[in-house]
Design a protein around this ligand. Structure first.
Ligand SMILES: [Zn+2]
Length: 266
């Protein structure tokens, strides 16, 4: 039994290293590999490991700059790994002309908003062992960047929640393609803020969300490949014009999509 395990381990070590580059900053992510047989804990919870012991960890917008991981070896030894994130600052974005209804939802609408947020959250919490998160991501749409991750928003003069996506302006009906493969986890026909909303699970907690669509071309549970047409750009939900708002999550941590793709060439 022991010999078999050793052989298996040596086979795993001969697998070529993956070209996964970490982005150590708030909104970024860390790709790690644990030694064979060991487990990795983050905030007291075990991280999911791939068959070759890789794992991914995502950092939110306001993540602590010093991050700690605990490694538990098969013989029960614990060791700590510290990651130091680069600080970053965020822009301030002012948007005017948003309707009163969108600025001040009614009590009924607030119930709807909460219900929809719970749907999105549970879709993002779903764990699958798909390995698509390892694909080098591509832009789901090319166009003018009209909003960036993390910006503090001033809507009609009032400070509101930061923006967590990257906004790409494009004409109504422009095709949106899958930035990486995955499984459709949510295809919603009309949320209060985000309109037609699509969530694709890329595996190990990593997901993409596409907001304000005019049409969703895939169904919940469907597998999609990188580059496949999945939706059309629209202006549904709280928007001032047609654009795609693309978000990336690691479970419910909101990451910066711009850190997953090369700079846009058009
Ligand atoms: Zn947006």
């Amino acid at each position: 039994m022991k010999i078999a395990t050793l052989i298996l381990c040596s086979l795993l070590f001969t697998t070529p290293a993956l070209a996964l580059i970490s982005r150590l900053q708030p909104g970024g992510y860390y790709f790690g590999q644990a030694p064979p047989g060991s487990q990795v804990f983050y905030r007291d919870k075990p991280l999911h490991l791939t068959a070759d012991q890789h794992f991914i960890l995502g950092f939110g917008r306001d993540a602590e700059l010093r991050q700690q991981l605990t490694l538990l070896s098969p013989d029960g030894q614990k060791s700590e790994l510290f990651l130091q994130l680069e600080p970053r600052s965020y822009r301030i974005q002012k948007i005017n002309g948003i309707s009163k209804r969108m600025m001040e939802p009614s009590a009924e609408e607030l119930v709807r908003i909460q219900r929809e947020a719970a749907l999105a959250s549970s879709a993002r919490q779903h764990f699958s062992n798909l390995s698509n998160f390892r694909e080098p991501f591509i832009w789901p749409l090319k166009g003018r960047i009209s909003g960036v991750y993390g910006s503090q928003r001033i809507l009609n003069g009032e400070p509101r929640r930061p923006h967590y996506g990257i906004d790409i302006a494009a004409p109504q009906g422009s095709p949106v393609i899958a930035p990486a493969g995955g499984t459709v986890r949510l295809a919603h026909q009309g949320m209060f803020f985000s309109g037609k909303t699509l969530i694709i699970d890329h595996g190990f907690g990593l997901s993409s969300t596409f907001l304000h669509l005019s049409k969703i071309l895939v169904k919940k549970g469907q597998r999609v490949k990188q580059g496949e047409k999945i939706a059309l750009v629209g202006a549904s939900g709280r928007v001032t014009g047609p654009h795609l708002d693309w978000r990336i999550n690691w479970f419910n941590e909101r990451l910066d999509p711009a850190l997953w793709v090369p700079s846009m060439s058009r």
